[in-house]
Ligand binder design. Structure first.
Ligand code: ADP
Ligand code: MG
Length: 339
């Protein structure tokens, strides 16, 4: 008798969930991205106990059609792409169709959603991958997800979570990044009933920088706005005297997606080199738009990495743009390094 068997869906989902959902902050990231993909203009994130016991995300987006509620929780089910060709021109933040199935596999999920044109909405409850209820109800237009007791059925994972305050900090970081990435969406963050962040959704990126990084940051930034035939950059970078002790203040978005990229970091840092930045890093919040077919976002499930095809050109474009901006606006004279 052979020993190999195919695992059941529930077990597969639970295992796969680990790839996408490793802590409350990843739940927040996935659900916020879904809200933005659903064209929400206003999203509220509320958490209790570091998001472990309670997490609620309310959006005013397009809602989920009644007939899509159940399929939305199946693995690899998505409304955002139909086949691999779409990956070339992806404009949504999600596309793998793994978030909802993963979250539902490892938490108690309550979903309330109504599409604007519908009279009634749906309240759907799914726990540990098992449907508990499906009811038509009156509901505001948009979608609310309530996630309770994350990892209640995966004690091994729950053990790895940090103190509530630390987990709340991770969530805050994610919310900040998303707020900076979408100045057109109003975002509110509430932690244990206390309001921690509010952005107006009026496209004023500088105001969001003020809200998140403080007054000094907002006063010491230079606006960037340039485009070429294959890319465009907008955003703010710090004047050299507002340099920071680490790279945490370099925030880059490519096509609306928060990413980490050593290529982009290097291009930015290089532009600051003449201004004596030893062991210092620039402050930057940059939105970089790159022609969809020149990047590949399908590198990792958490999607923080992207692959850029014309690396040298992008490097040069960013480097050159910042160099010019700094030369133009910076009054501090260049320090000449003698060999
Ligand atoms: P993906 O975002 O990769 O498509 P998800 O598992 O995150 O996969 O979501 C599955 C589907 O559920 C989405 O494609 C979308 O159609 C729907 N959905 C999820 N969240 C929302 C929301 N807040 N508003 C509207 N539709 C949503
Ligand atoms: Mg998603």
């Amino acid at each position: 008798m052979g020993k190999i068997r195919v695992l059941d869906q529930n077990t597969i989902n639970k295992i796969a969930a680990g790839e996408v959902i490793d802590r409350p902050a990843s739940v927040v990231k996935e659900l916020l991205e879904n809200a933005i993909d659903a064209q929400a203009t206003s999203v509220t994130v509320e958490i209790k106990d570091g998001g472990i016991s309670f997490l609620r995300i309310t959006d005013n987006g397009q809602g989920i059609a009644k007939e899509d509620i159940r399929p939305a929780f199946l693995r690899h089910s998505t409304s955002k792409i139909t086949d691999a060709r779409d990956l070339m021109t992806i404009s949504s933040l999600g596309f793998r169709g793994e978030a909802l199935s993963s979250i539902a596999a490892v938490a108690q999920v309550e979903l309330i959603s109504r599409q604007p044109a519908d009279i009634t909405g749906v309240r759907y409850v799914i726990e540990g991958g098992t449907e508990k209820s499906y009811d038509e109800i009156g509901a505001p237009s948009g979608t609310t997800f309530i996630i309770r007791n994350l990892f209640y059925n995966v004690p091994a994972r729950k053990k790895f979570l940090k103190a509530n305050q630390t987990e709340a900090g991770y969530i805050y970081t994610i919310v900040e990044k998303i707020a900076l990435s979408h100045p057109d969406v109003s975002i509110r963050f509430i932690n244990n009933n206390a309001s921690k962040l509010f952005t107006a959704g009026n496209r004023d990126l500088k105001n969001i920088i003020y809200n998140i990084f403080g007054k000094e940051a907002a006063q010491k930034v230079i606006e960037i706005q340039t485009s070429s035939e294959f890319a465009a950059i907008t955003g703010y970078v710090g004047k050299p005297e507002f340099s920071r002790g680490n790279r945490d203040y370099e925030t880059f978005f490519v096509n609306g997606r928060y990413i980490k990229s050593s290529l982009i970091s290097k291009a930015v840092e290089e532009a600051y080199r003449p201004y004596s930045m030893q062991h210092k890093y620039p402050f930057a919040v940059l939105h970089i738009e790159i022609q969809g077919d020149l990047i590949d976002v399908n590198v990792h499930p958490s999607k923080m990495e992207i692959r850029i095809k014309n690396q040298e050109e992008i490097f040069e474009f960013i480097h050159h743009t910042l160099k010019e901006a700094l030369q133009e606006r910076e009054s501090i004279p260049e320090i000449v390094h003698t060999p």
